[in-house]
Design a protein around this ligand. Structure first.
Ligand SMILES: Cc1ncsc1CCOP(=O)(O)O
Ligand SMILES: C=C1C=NC(C)=NC1=N
Ligand SMILES: [Mg+2]
Length: 218
């Protein structure tokens, strides 16, 4: 397996759905994921985090169930934070934040799998690029209540600044994004948008995914 090239990563980032069991109210995460895939998401991240998040065997079996749904439809499956689980399940990649293991160490562990890193400053972006990140997650762009320890919303200023400075690393925006504001994130220079509640709490997850896809011009 070789490293995914930048163009392929950029395409995958277009409509990036993130979900864990705590994000989908009373619905079944597997059902929501299938609907989101039918609506046209391009990448899925399993992010089991926060109050009442699953752990151990329960978390692992949900991850396996969602991974097999992604596999059936050719959608890359990424796991947030939990590097060991990602390696055990042979996930397509991992996403880490600044408080997780250093990106260099994670890159050494995962080989050529996708490595996404959350960055909040020019310095963090430079370090993540040096460490071999395949993409940057930048946000929260707009106000979000989904991540309880999210930093204040920043708009697209960092996305624009990194592009002005000539960064070519693929970028996905995150935080409070929906079909009504997604275009502005792309215009600022992001290659795609990632969402949790815009799809996971939608009455019709397929329609929400399709609307989001349309709004980013895919
Ligand atoms: C994981 C994460 N990182 C920055 S904001 C956020 C939550 C995004 O959730 P939503 O799309 O529901 O605002
Ligand atoms: C915090 C995050 C930022 N960006 C992405 C893509 N995923 C995350 N879990
Ligand atoms: Mg993390």
């Amino acid at each position: 397996m070789s490293r995914m090239d930048r163009e392929t990563i950029k395409q995958a980032l277009k409509v990036y759905f993130i979900m864990g069991s705590t994000n989908c109210l009373a619905s079944d995460p597997g059902k929501i994921l299938k609907e989101a895939i039918n609506g046209g998401i391009t990448l899925f991240q399993f992010r089991e985090k926060g109050l009442n998040a699953l752990a151990g065997k329960e978390k692992r079996s949900l991850a396996m169930r969602l991974q097999s749904i992604c596999k059936e439809h050719g959608i890359p499956f990424i796991i947030n934070d939990d590097i060991e689980l990602a390696i055990e399940l042979e996930a397509d990649g991992v996403h880490i934040g600044q408080e997780d293991e250093p990106a260099e160490a994670v890159r050494a562990k995962i080989g050529d799998r996708i490595l996404g890193v959350s960055v909040h400053s020019l310095e963090e972006a430079e370090a993540a690029q040096r460490a071999g990140a395949d993409y940057f997650g930048i946000g929260p762009v707009f106000a979000t209540v989904t991540k309880e320890d999210a930093k204040p919303e920043r708009g697209t200023v960092l996305i624009e600044m990194l592009r002005e400075k000539g960064f070519q690393v693929p970028i996905v925006g995150i935080g409070g994004i929906h079909a009504g504001n997604a275009a502005s994130v792309i215009e600022a220079g992001a290659d795609g948008v990632s969402v949790i509640t815009a799809i996971s709490t939608a009455k019709d997850a397929a329609a929400a995914a399709a609307e989001l896809k349309k709004s980013v011009g895919v």
